[in-house]
Design a protein around this ligand. Sequence first.
Ligand code: AMP
Ligand code: MG
Length: 358
Amino acid sequence: MVSIHSGRWFRFFILMMAAALLLAGCGSQVQETKPIEPKGKVYFTYFDTVSYIYDYSGDSAERFDDRSAETSLLLEEYHRLFDIYHEYAGINNLCTLNKKAGGEALPVDEKLIDFLLYAKEMENLTHGEMNVMLGAVLRLWHECREEASESPSKARIPTEEALYAASAHTSIDLLEIDPEKKTVRISDPEASIDVGALGKGYATEMAARMLEEKGALGYVLNIGGNIRIIGSRPDGTGWKTGIRNPSDPDGAFAMQIYISDTACVSSGVYERFFVAEGKRWHHIIDPDTLYPAATFSALTVITKDSGLADALSTALFCMDYEQSRSLVDSLDGVEVCWFFPDGEQRMTEGFSKLIVKE
Ligand code: AMP
Ligand code: MG
């Protein structure tokens, strides 16, 4: 269900909600440095997660209400286009494309064409480690996670045979996009799209750019843990953002960083997992092994574009440290902190400069 509540009327209620919910599912969270009360705050639920818009600018109440309503509308549009579980009247979304896999090319909204072209670009950039066509494999893990949550005693993992068979239907080339005709087709009936690794970050970036084009400054978007900051704080400093400790995600932060005018996205083993055969199985699947990636326990990506940050958060997680590091070093303006299962942390030099020293 999609809901939006206008900020000022609900401020007290929302502050209480925020305190309770920020810890639920976010890799990182934004706080005020010296508590500066946001001038406006709105929350809503898209992409099955709680999201916030904070306004620290000098905007009037009316302007904030307009901006947050426009942001909400845009996010709702992406939510519908990216939904793989439901269809909506009048549009062909990802659910429709998956259902019609192997059939005719379908006309889709230009926003979906642009997103899927970007998804292909990210698959290429990440050497296939973030691949939205991994749906057939991810579905097997998803089914086991659902079953485990319904009856933990019967929890199981997918068989190797099933994973291997599904992996034959995951090539990015099975996604056929015709930008002129504005149609998309999945050419293999057993293939499917899953945009869990990229959709939220991309939609967050589109919302941030819309706000930037309209001249917004001093806004913070937190779309289910994908943080995108528009401008800096009114006093010119960055926002203090806590990074979760993957071995104690509900405890004290591993560190805090100052960020402005950028995105901050984390991927971690603690976000979604189930227990079977006495082991934890998390939700980020290495396309090479078809099992949960095992090198890191979490990582945080800081870069201006929230879509790129989201793509990288998943892809870097699926690599070994050397590959992950060399991809980051080949890109401009990308800072990363890697957390290893034994507690070790490594980070780029630029990332270490962001850390709050108190
Ligand atoms: P994130 O939290 O951004 O790392 O995204 C994790 C989600 O992306 C999972 O819940 C899956 O839906 C999906 N996913 C997992 N592994 C991959 C992968 N290697 N490539 C693309 N999507 C993935
Ligand atoms: Mg991601």
